[in-house]
Design a protein around this ligand. Structure first.
Ligand code: S3P
Length: 429
């Protein structure tokens, strides 16, 4: 697939960009807009391939969705009016689409089949299939429902109390979607707090949901009403330029409209602990999702330990944090991140393999990695392995490599950040 050559940056990255809409929130805006009654208008929607897959699946379920660039209008008629699709629902590369959508389909009286690309075919589905079967859904799939293709015959659901075996917002959200269609009160207990966009959005659409410590409660049978959603910028996309601003000499970058939901801001805590020159200004308070402006400058960094409860708050940022750590003084240890093994790629393997090709001192462990910083990176032929975040991490690495790098499978970046190279070029001038 697409192969590109990237040269280092001798002048620094300077200027201002507005990062694209948040991927998790964009997906959910389509899903809730489709099951609510009335019109939902979404602005700053992320035009990444993953979110476009979500739109395509809901159109196949009979929902009228109009899209004009980043503005999307969804004409919802309520959960019960979703229709049996006469085509397979293809989620492309999107784990969020397949897991949350399975939660919705579990409570609907029809049959559907879900597939995705080769990466989706390797990702565990048991984590959603098990609780949804407990609620009464009939779900089958390859290896008894462990992997795609999945086949769902939805029906009447019973509420459950479910203790999540892994900290996963996708699994929590799938159960909450099913819970909206179940009899009684659904309870989900998280081992560690994960991103809470689903809970915030239920409230935004007029629903009721409560949380006490790590237990979330939701009544079944609630009706949701269409609303307006302005999607904040994705902090997981901003992370690439936050790190670039710190490690590329002579840089000063301002990122506007960055989502600052506290369940997502682990990267900012890590940057602060590592000594980054960074300023965060929160925008006027918004009850839905907080946002702000972040300014970063080239920084002298030190190694750190990243472990425990912070992991879900930065799970998608670990590839770019690994690159950051190669440029810090001392050792950085990342622990408790087993979940990296079941992302778009096994990100412990892909991060370590690709950064080693550039000369980094990095070792894989069973639940993370150990990076000794202060290394000069060299050029090499590297590969995204079809994983958008690995591709962007390597593109940022190219900015400080002594020789040029050749990046294979660069097109994967369009999954979450189609304007990535445009933004990088804008900051390079
Ligand atoms: C997401 C949750 C996380 C994250 C993914 C998006 C979501 O996955 O890695 O990119 O939108 O709920 P897990 O729930 O599997 O941790």
């Amino acid at each position: 697939m697409e192969l590109i050559t990237l040269k280092n940056n001798k002048h620094g990255l300077k200027g201002e960009i507005a990062v694209p809409g948040d991927k998790s929130i964009s997906h959910r805006s389509i899903m809730f807009g489709s099951i609510a009654i009335g019109k939902t208008t979404v602005t700053n929607f992320l035009l990444g391939d993953d979110c476009l897959s979500t739109i395509s699946c809901f159109r196949k379920l009979g929902v009228l969705i109009e899209q004009d660039n980043e503005k999307v209008v969804i004409h919802g008629k309520g959960m019960a009016k979703l229709q049996e699709p006469n085509e397979i629902l293809d989620v492309g590369n999107s784990g969020t689409t397949i897991r949350l959508l399975t939660g919705i389909l579990a409570g609907l009286h029809f049959h559907s089949t879900l597939i995705g690309d080769s990466s989706i075919g390797k990702r565990p589905m048991t984590r959603v299939v098990t609780p949804l079967r407990e609620m009464g859904a009939k779900i089958d799939g390859r290896e008894e429902g462990k992997y795609t293709p999945l086949s769902v015959r939805g029906g009447k659901l019973q509420s459950i109390t479910y203790r999540l075996p892994v900290a996963s917002a996708q699994v929590k959200s799938a159960i909450l979607f099913a819970g909206l269609n179940a009899d009684g009160t659904t309870r989900v207990i998280e081992p560690v707090a994960t991103r809470d966009h689903t809970e915030r959005m239920i409230q935004r659409f007029g629903g009721k949901i409560s949380r006490q410590e790590n237990e979330i409660q939701l009544e079944g049978g609630q009706k949701l009403s269409g609303t307006e959603i302005h999607v904040p910028g994705d902090i997981s996309s901003a992370a690439f330029f936050l790190v670039a601003g710190c490690i590329v000499p002579n840089s000063s970058i301002t990122l506007r409209n960055v989502g600052l939901n506290p369940t997502r801001t682990g990267i900012l805590e890590v940057l602060q602990n590592m000594g980054a020159s960074m300023d965060v200004q929160q925008d006027a308070a918004d009850a839905f999702e907080p946002t702000g402006t972040i300014k970063v400058m080239t920084s002298k960094l030190k190694g750190t330990i990243i472990e425990g409860e912070i992991i879900p708050k930065l799970i998608d940022e670990i590839p770019i944090i690994a690159l950051l750590a190669t440029q810090a003084d001392g050792v950085t240890v990342i622990k408790d991140a087993h979940e990296l093994k079941v992302k778009e790629t096994n990100r412990i393997d892909t991060v370590v393999t690709e950064l080693k090709k550039l000369g980094a001192d990095i070792q894989a462990t069973d639940d993370g990695m150990i990076i000794t910083g202060g290394t000069k990176l060299t050029g090499a032929k590297v590969d995204s392995h079809g994983d958008h975040r690995i591709g962007m991490m390597l593109a940022i690495a190219s900015q400080i490599c002594e020789e040029e790098i050749i990046l294979e499978n660069a097109d994967a970046i369009a999954v979450s950040y189609p304007d990535f190279f445009e933004h990088l070029n804008k900051l390079s001038i």
